[in-house]
Design a protein around this ligand. Structure first.
Ligand SMILES: *Cc1c(COP(=O)(O)O)cnc(C)c1O
Length: 363
């Protein structure tokens, strides 16, 4: 068996030990005589999995007691509608910072339900930076303020001091591609949401962390399945949850806690991994990082040579060498290395060695 280094933006790598454990437990989960795939989601054995997963998630990410954790479906993309449906209800108004495609899509979706105010955008420079925010442009009566904390396509990320101070307006953050990569002060946010397929689990699960006071009865016209209250009141078991993906998420959390040593350790490792790549890019004569230094993501690292033919040659040769999915998003071109939690440090070291060799051979 030979496994590649997979730099995909999502779905992405999972820790090898997690895949092995899942394989070991595939036919008989802990003496139950069944696969987790086959279990009733109402059984005692499954209840221990879903409850255990939530408990571990709360512990690892340090989620305060006045926040609910919801295990939903529909991807991060469904949250673009679910959030306004549930909380854009008082003044029917929301503020957005547009830092890329995902924030743009979220704003467009919210527009179906109310007034959208674009506070700032970095579209002028292909979303290569996090814009400076001016508090005087925020709507005081907004129902929420939306940001995309890590911009998967463009490789930008809000540092703690770049986060907007929205006062009493709930801050809503799309953390699909950075959740569990660093410690976070959850209490700064009203809602955090993420699709699982980047840093948590296989696709199929969407995790929502929501402050309890934001969970309200929805308007009668809102479909039952789109109400946070329904899912919260039923502990994410109103209907069948993505049962196997939740089990995989639990295994990933166990790995993060026990093998890595927790979220601080995970963050240290991510900083170390990203530094190897950025240092190389900043010193290379051929490759260049596309993002301004103070806005750089630890998870997604876009880079270019400035020459489309050379980019193509690099993607072809790196793929053949076992570094796969390095092609950049179609809207940026060039390359992008997604180095999520599960990417081992050796993967980044070996990629940089390969890039140095490529640079020397193609001078
Ligand atoms: C991948 C991604 C999405 C879309 O997630 P889906 O689960 O495919 O809907 C949204 N936002 C960000 C930041 C992402 O990285």
């Amino acid at each position: 068996m030979s496994r590649v280094y997979n730099f995909s933006a999502g779905p992405s790598m999972l820790p090898e030990s997690v895949l092995k454990k899942a394989a070991d437990e595939m036919l008989d989960y802990q003496g139950s005589g069944q696969s987790v795939m086959e279990m009733s989601h109402r059984s005692k054995v499954y209840d221990d999995i879903i409850k255990g997963c939530e408990k571990l998630f709360r512990e690892v990410l340090n989620i305060p007691d006045n926040y609910k954790v919801l295990f939903l479906q529909g991807g991060a993309s469904l949250q673009f509608a679910m959030i306004p449906l549930n909380i854009m209800t008082k003044n029917k108004k929301a503020d957005f910072v547009v830092t890329g495609q995902w924030a743009k899509k979220a704003a467009a979706e919210a527009k179906k339900f109310g007034e959208v105010n674009i506070v700032a955008s970095s579209e002028d420079k292909t979303y290569s930076y996090i814009p400076k925010l001016d508090k005087s442009t925020f709507s005081k009566d907004a129902d929420y303020f939306h940001i995309c904390m890590n911009n998967t396509i463009y490789g930008t990320h809000y540092s703690v001091d770049q986060l907007p101070d929205t006062g009493d307006v709930p801050l809503v953050a799309d953390v699909s591609s950075c959740i569990l990569s660093e410690p976070m002060d959850i209490s700064k946010f009203g809602i955090l949401f993420a699709g699982a397929q980047k840093n948590m689990a296989p696709a199929g699960l969407t995790v929502v962390i929501i402050r309890e006071d934001l969970i309200n009865e929805t308007d009668a016209s809102v479909p039952t399945m789109l109400s946070y209250k329904i899912h919260a009141d039923n502990d994410s078991l109103y209907n069948t949850p993505p049962a196997y993906t939740i089990y995989m998420f639990k295994l990933v959390l166990e790995w993060l806690k026990n093998d890595i040593g927790g979220i601080e350790k995970m963050h240290e490792l991510n900083v170390k991994k990203a530094k190897i790549l950025y240092d190389f890019l900043d010193n290379s004569k051929m490759f260049k990082a596309t993002v301004e230094p103070n806005s750089r993501s630890l998870m997604n690292v876009p880079f270019v040579t400035g020459n489309d033919e050379l980019d193509k040659k690099f993607i072809k040769e790196s793929t053949e060498a076992g570094f796969v999915n390095l092609k950049g998003h179609r809207s940026v071109g060039g390359m992008r290395a997604s180095i999520y939690n599960a990417m081992p440090i050796e993967g980044v070291k070996k990629l940089v060695e390969f890039m140095a060799k490529f640079e020397a051979e193609n001078k």
